[in-house]
Design a binder for this molecule. Structure first.
Ligand SMILES: *[C@@H]1O[C@H](CO)[C@@H](O)[C@H](O)[C@H]1NC(C)=O
Ligand SMILES: *[C@@H]1O[C@H](CO)[C@@H](O)[C@H](O)[C@H]1NC(C)=O
Ligand SMILES: *[C@@H]1O[C@H](CO)[C@@H](O)[C@H](O)[C@H]1NC(C)=O
Length: 461
């Protein structure tokens, strides 16, 4: 009786461990200078906050010139990951609409079979899990392309579970969730699961709901699909290619998005099979959780940046990993972690909205609030002081859980002010930090990418 009970408990433990997997989307294009040690450093930083694997986003190596090196970096990634108990899956970028050579199923199969030999290859119900970015908007791809890949992989002895990010459906579901979710499964008989890419409010200043997530998950289930429902969670979205086209320049309402989306996950509004953080290292869209790449051209994480360098360099995001770690731990364990450190993560943009700076006009720029947002996680009752120039506020936080707060920008920002945050307990300042950037109306470049700072203990500064 006891033995049987132990076996059941062990089975449940295995199930709950495998039922909460966290991936981060990784742009292989930004790994040009990586060596083995750099791959290991990135994996260590990811594992430190509970990320189990990277979804390797890569474009067809012959799509444009000089991308053949990505094949070698993928091999390097598998080598590093397999030595560290880390997982990888391919996330084929099928969004490039103009390629010299598009993805073909023969080449994809070659790469999948090669990766399958690695202990780092992530499996879902014993099948290799395969994902994408896109595949529904470029005429070279679509349902029959995917079906050919699946059939060929099965015949070759490597059955796959396919969970692509077909973005038409993800966007449509923000307006008509159940219609787009049921079209997804009827239009794509080939897919097993789904990555719902839409992790940001779409052309809206409202907070996201989990309506679309729930609709996709229900549609997969009712269609009898056995692949994972992958929920996307992202801290921010801002891109500005500065090419005069508002289609290439936008900001999504992201002020409290990261916290709010994680809260809906731990509150069990939706129970995805996997979450995918968007992203680890997509600098151009301002949703990187990784540390900023080095600007030294000889560094192993050097990245060639164009105009995006104007809004990326200096905008540290590391402390968002403190928030991610807290909620990932909560989600994996099914209960809020006990708080042992005193930490306040705070973030803000460098200039008020609606002023004109170099870099053109930005779609959605009325959505963000001109404020300093802070998220306090403390081990005992504390006063959190937030000074934003002449706007000085305090609030109380304690060990029962994080507190989110916002202090508006003062109206006169002509000379530039640097926000500062302190944690005060028993009349003593225990922790304090000034922001990495000042807020000023004398902006040098249109920048809706925030800087994130940690006041407190911990490694992710
Ligand atoms: C398939 O893709 C690979 C990698 O881009 C390329 O080298 C090869 O020529 C392609 N094959 C065909 C038939 O297009
Ligand atoms: C979004 O949610 C946050 C709290 O999580 C709240 O402070 C904010 O006002 C909400 N935004 C809108 C536009 O309702
Ligand atoms: C704004 O502040 C600067 C100095 O910080 C001051 O010189 C200026 O007069 C102020 N402008 C207004 C409109 O108050």
């Amino acid at each position: 009786m006891l033995a049987k009970y132990a076996a059941v408990a062990a089975a449940l433990a295995v199930q709950s461990a495998s039922a909460a997997t966290v991936f981060a989307h990784f742009m292989v294009a930004n790994s040009y200078a990586y060596n083995a040690a750099q791959w290991k450093a990135d994996i260590t930083a990811a594992q430190q906050i509970g990320i189990d694997g990277f979804a390797l986003n890569w474009t067809p190596p012959d799509c444009i010139s000089d991308m053949e090196w990505t094949v070698t970096q993928i091999e390097n990634a598998y080598t590093a990951a397999s030595s560290m108990g880390f997982k990888l899956m391919h996330s084929f970028d099928m969004s490039w609409s103009e390629c010299d050579t598009y993805w073909n199923t023969t080449f994809m199969q070659t790469m999948l079979v090669k990766s399958a030999a690695s202990s780092a290859a992530f499996r879902w119900n014993s099948n290799l899990l395969v994902s994408t970015y896109g595949g529904d908007q470029v005429s070279q791809y679509g349902n029959s392309f995917f079906q050919t890949l699946k059939t060929n992989m099965k015949t070759a002895g490597y059955p796959i579970s396919l969970s692509p990010a077909l973005t038409t459906y993800a966007m449509g579901a923000q307006y008509q969730a159940s219609q787009y979710a049921s079209s997804l499964t009827s239009d794509y008989s080939s897919i097993d699961g789904y990555l719902n890419w839409q992790a940001w409010p779409l052309e809206s200043g409202n907070n996201m709901t989990t309506t679309a997530d729930a609709a996709f998950q229900a549609a997969l289930k009712s269609a009898g699909r056995t692949g994972p429902y992958i929920m996307a969670v992202s801290p921010w979205q801002y891109k500005d290619l500065n090419d005069g086209n508002t289609e290439d320049s936008w900001v999504a309402y992201s002020d409290t998005l990261f916290v709010q989306r994680f809260q809906s996950l731990v509150n069990k509004e939706v129970q995805p099979d996997i979450i995918e953080l968007l992203t680890w290292n997509d600098y151009a869209e301002s949703h990187y959780l990784r540390q900023l790449p080095s600007q030294d051209v000889t560094a192993t994480d050097y990245v060639v940046m164009g105009d995006e360098g104007n809004y990326v360099y200096g905008q540290n995001h590391n402390p968002w990993r403190v928030i991610a770690k807290y909620y990932i731990t909560w989600w994996k364990n099914g209960k809020a972690p006990s708080v042992t450190m005193d930490q306040v993560v705070f973030w803000h943009r460098n200039h008020p909205k609606g002023i004109s700076c170099t870099g053109g006009s930005v779609r959605g720029s009325t959505y963000p609030v001109d404020g300093v947002f802070s998220w306090a996680l403390v081990s005992a009752k504390s006063t959190i002081s937030v000074a934003v120039g002449s706007n000085k506020y305090t609030y109380v936080a304690d060990q029962t859980g994080p507190v989110l707060n916002m202090v508006p920008f003062p109206s006169n920002l002509s000379s530039g002010i640097t926000p500062a945050v302190s944690i005060i307990r028993g009349g003593k300042v225990l922790q304090s930090a000034s922001s990495g950037q000042a807020i000023t109306s004398a902006c040098s470049y249109q920048n809706y990418n925030p800087v994130v700072t940690l006041a407190g203990q911990g490694v992710n500064k």
